[in-house]
Design a protein around this ligand. Structure first.
Ligand SMILES: *[C@@H]1O[C@H](CO)[C@@H](O)[C@H](O)[C@H]1NC(C)=O
Ligand SMILES: *[C@@H]1O[C@H](CO)[C@@H](O)[C@H](O)[C@H]1NC(C)=O
Ligand SMILES: *[C@@H]1O[C@H](CO)[C@@H](O)[C@H](O)[C@H]1NC(C)=O
Ligand SMILES: *[C@@H]1O[C@H](CO)[C@@H](O)[C@H](O)[C@H]1NC(C)=O
Length: 256
């Protein structure tokens, strides 16, 4: 399979939290501000912003007939409702700014994800568009690292598909007295267990392509999120033993 990888930009992890990790505007879904669907998107976002933080998730729709728009928003399962709320607010503002002329739009942050479309995508696995972030630094002992990473991701993937966990799995493994590996996976809550397992399998299956031997990596799909780092990044946050974050590079991976 020949894939086109576009190296877009490199950035430091400490960049402003209000900046999205990425967005996708489907150019084949042109609308403008006078299209009836545009009003439905505004109404959808007006519902999504206050309601998402209540449970960390919403799947809803706005309007009728051909101008109906479906929306989904979800926060990472470990973030507080306060952080969820500010993330969703940023997402709702930025998605309209970044994709003003598209009815299919998606935006990713570390703490939340927001998406809407005229197509009813609720309950469907979607890995057609992915964003990858990897640490440019490599681990020094790939063999044992990959073994530990595989064991940890398998464990948290099986947690994520358990209904009580609402798509979230997270955990850590001590690699040495001074080094701990942290990993988190999450599916959107509209997915069935089997679809969640499938999305996570595709994400982890892409590790060799994008994350091979890297000290950290993130895979962002419309249906699931996978991340691992050698520093604490999920709540409750462990105290960090001074591991440097390192430089992170982003890759956009469209389906070809
Ligand atoms: C959106 O479409 C309008 C025309 O309807 C155009 O004037 C504007 O430049 C477009 N914006 C972007 C960001 O493409
Ligand atoms: C906006 O789209 C409608 C069709 O949805 C079209 O009739 C109209 O000319 C467009 N307006 C602009 C400014 O592009
Ligand atoms: C990490 O490994 C990759 C692939 O082998 C290599 O291209 C890259 O330069 C390495 N990074 C560092 C910081 O040495
Ligand atoms: C940090 O280092 C101390 C020893 O200096 C160790 O006891 C502790 O478990 C480490 N914490 C993590 C999260 O690795």
């Amino acid at each position: 399979m020949k894939l086109l990888y576009i190296l877009l930009l490199s950035l430091f992890l400490s960049s402003c939290r209000a900046d999205p990790l990425g967005n996708f505007c489907n150019e084949n879904t042109f609308i403008n501000s006078t299209s009836p669907i545009s009003g439905n998107i505004d109404r959808l976002l007006a519902e999504v912003v206050p309601k998402t933080p209540l449970t960390g998730y919403i799947a809803t729709s706005s309007g009728r007939g051909p101008d109906r728009v479906y929306g989904l928003a979800q926060c990472r399962g470990d973030v507080s409702s306060k952080d969820c709320s500010s993330c969703i607010q940023d997402a709702a503002t930025q998605i309209r700014r970044l994709c003003p002329n598209q009815s299919d739009a998606r935006i990713w942050y570390d703490y939340c994800f927001l998406r809407y479309s005229k197509e009813n995508f609720i309950g469907e696995v979607d890995t057609s568009f992915g964003i990858f972030y990897y640490n440019v630094e490599n681990v020094t002992d790939p063999q044992s690292f990959n073994q530990e990473l595989g064991a940890l991701t398998n464990k948290i993937r099986s947690e994520a598909v358990m209904p009580k966990n609402e798509g979230l799995g997270k955990g850590k493994t001590k690699l040495s007295p001074f080094v701990t590996l942290y990993a988190l996976v999450q599916c959107t809550r509209d997915l069935s267990e089997i679809d969640c397992a499938q999305c996570l399998a595709i994400a982890v299956g892409n590790f060799p392509n994008f994350c091979e031997n890297r000290k950290g990596c993130r895979v962002l799909y419309s249906s699931c999120y996978v991340r691992y780092e050698l520093y604490p990044f999920f709540f409750p946050i462990d105290s960090n033993n001074g591991t440097s974050f390192g430089k992170t590079v982003m890759i956009v991976h469209p389906k070809s």
